[in-house]
Design a binder for this molecule. Structure first.
Ligand SMILES: O=C(O)C(=O)C[C@]1(C(=O)O)C=C[C@@H](O)C=C1
Length: 93
């Protein structure tokens, strides 16, 4: 059995990878905000969010993980909308 230190070490390594990808995603979300400003589009796109959820959730084979994955993706898109809103409101450039 793994010790708690070993397990936490695994989490730290995973968090490191997630953080890199999260920041990469945020950079793209910034570009989308700029595109939306230039093209007079709304931040929230319901159809796109449904599409993101559907295509990712269908990859999850373990049914019991679906609700957590859905929550994770919804949180990601909420954060992305927060960032886009801050850019549109001029809080961030
Ligand atoms: O695809 C877009 O239009 C985005 O702004 C990106 C994103 C996302 O984070 O995936 C965020 C907000 C939208 O409601 C839909 C998707």
């Amino acid at each position: 059995m793994y010790s708690i230190e070993e397990l936490r070490n695994k989490i730290d390594i995973i968090d490191d990878k997630i953080l890199d990808l999260f920041l990469e995603r945020m950079v793209v979300a910034r570009s989308i905000a700029t595109y939306k400003i230039e093209n007079d589009m709304k931040i929230f796109d319901e159809n796109r969010e449904k599409e993101v959820l559907e295509k990712n959730l269908e990859k999850i084979r373990l049914e019991e993980y679906k609700k957590y994955t859905e929550k994770f993706l919804n949180n990601l898109m909420d954060i992305s909308k927060d960032l886009q809103k801050d850019i549109i409101d001029g809080v961030m450039k």
